[in-house]
Design a protein around this ligand. Structure first.
Ligand SMILES: Nc1nc2c(ncn2[C@@H]2O[C@H](COP(=O)(O)OP(=O)(O)OP(=O)(O)O)[C@@H](O)[C@H]2O)c(=O)[nH]1
Ligand SMILES: [Mg+2]
Ligand SMILES: [Zn+2]
Length: 311
């Protein structure tokens, strides 16, 4: 039999077959050796084959089909192992907020460059617009909106609380498999509840002191909506460590750099100090946002991305 992994907690794997049946499965031991550096051999979204004696028995997964794509992350910049967040995605949405807990721009750039590296179309969902008001949050939101619509990423402002623009978000999701990623407490689960009120995912309070989420969602889970639409809810991530890359590859992951770099004098230009660099010229002309260039530098130099000084 065949199906798609909709939830996995290590050795236990919940598989959905094409007729919608859910089957509890186990992994055959051999897969644990497979993919040495990955902490999880099978991820949500994986297509698998399994054997099952009777419907009351757990299935035994004997094959993980080749992935059409996948997205992985390291726990931190320094860690050696990585985690496969999900596989076989149509798109990945980063859920952020300009308020409580305010998402740093460096986090956004690390996520977007990772999606670019794996050729997964990405977008930004700005949640909690009900809290922006005329405050600093509103200014930060408008700033981010300017930067990322400028690059060409879809940016969708919504409120899970009031339901504002939820129908618009739904349109972006229709008929697709979408990953919802982002820091804890931004409202990933609350948004899925707002999109599909039948679902009642657990949502969590923010900690009073840090205004951060408390990691309410603990395992990734694929949620099925009517109309062949699937959303993958994931646990909040603290840091989005990039996997190994070569310096020359980084500009490929910034769409606004990628489209200019063939005009640099040197084909292997890193857009640092080289003469006749089209990327640096665009930066000077204000066509590339300085914050994006700073993120680029931090990634090339393998430094932490601190909060950009947007104000
Ligand atoms: N004011 C406001 N609060 C919201 C909104 N969306 C979510 N929240 C609140 O934010 C808190 C966190 O929401 P969750 O949905 O649990 O966040 P999450 O991103 O799933 O967090 P993790 O599962 O920990 O990664 C909850 O207290 C929600 O009620 C919104 O649009 N406006
Ligand atoms: Mg959650
Ligand atoms: Zn250049």
């Amino acid at each position: 039999m065949e199906g798609i992994v909709i939830k996995t907690t290590g050795s236990q794997v919940l598989v959905r077959t094409s007729d919608g049946t859910r089957v509890d499965c186990r992994l055959k031991g051999q897969f644990k050796i497979h993919g040495k550096k990955a902490t999880n051999p099978v991820a949500v979204g994986d297509r698998v084959s399994f054997l099952q004696n009777t419907v009351s028995d757990p299935g035994l997964i004997n094959e993980i089909h080749p992935r059409h794509n996948y997205i992985i992350r390291k726990a931190t910049r320094m860690s050696k192992v990585y985690h496969v967040i999900a596989a076989n995605l149509d798109q990945a949405f980063l859920i952020v907020t300009a308020a409580f807990p305010r998402t740093p721009q460096g986090f956004i750039d690390r996520f977007l460059t990772t999606s670019e590296a794996y050729h997964i179309p990405a977008g930004l969902v700005f949640n909690k617009t009900d809290l922006y008001g005329e405050t600093k949050a509103a200014a930060y939101y408008h700033y981010l909106l300017g930067v990322y619509t400028g690059v060409g990423y879809p940016c969708i402002p919504v409120s899970a609380l009031t339901g504002d623009s939820i129908p618009l978000l739904k349109e972006h999701l229709d008929g697709k498999v979408t990953l919802f990623s982002g820091p804890s407490g931004v409202g990933k689960s609350a948004l899925i509840n707002a999109i599909f009120p039948g679902i009642s995912l657990k949502t969590g309070e923010l900690s009073a002191y840090h205004q951060k989420g408390k990691h309410t969602t603990t395992f990734a889970e694929m949620i099925e909506l009517p109309g062949d639409t699937f959303i993958i809810d994931t646990p909040g991530i603290r840091e989005f460590g990039l996997t190994d890359f070569r310096k020359e590859e980084v500009a490929e992951r910034f769409p606004e750099f990628r489209e200019l770099q063939h005009r640099c004098r040197f084909h292997n230009c890193l857009h640092l100090q080289e003469p006749a660099c089209a990327v640096k010229e665009a930066l000077q002309e204000g066509k590339i946002h300085p914050s994006r260039y700073r993120s680029y530098l931090a990634i090339v130099n393998d430094e932490d991305l601190e909060e950009n000084d947007w104000e």
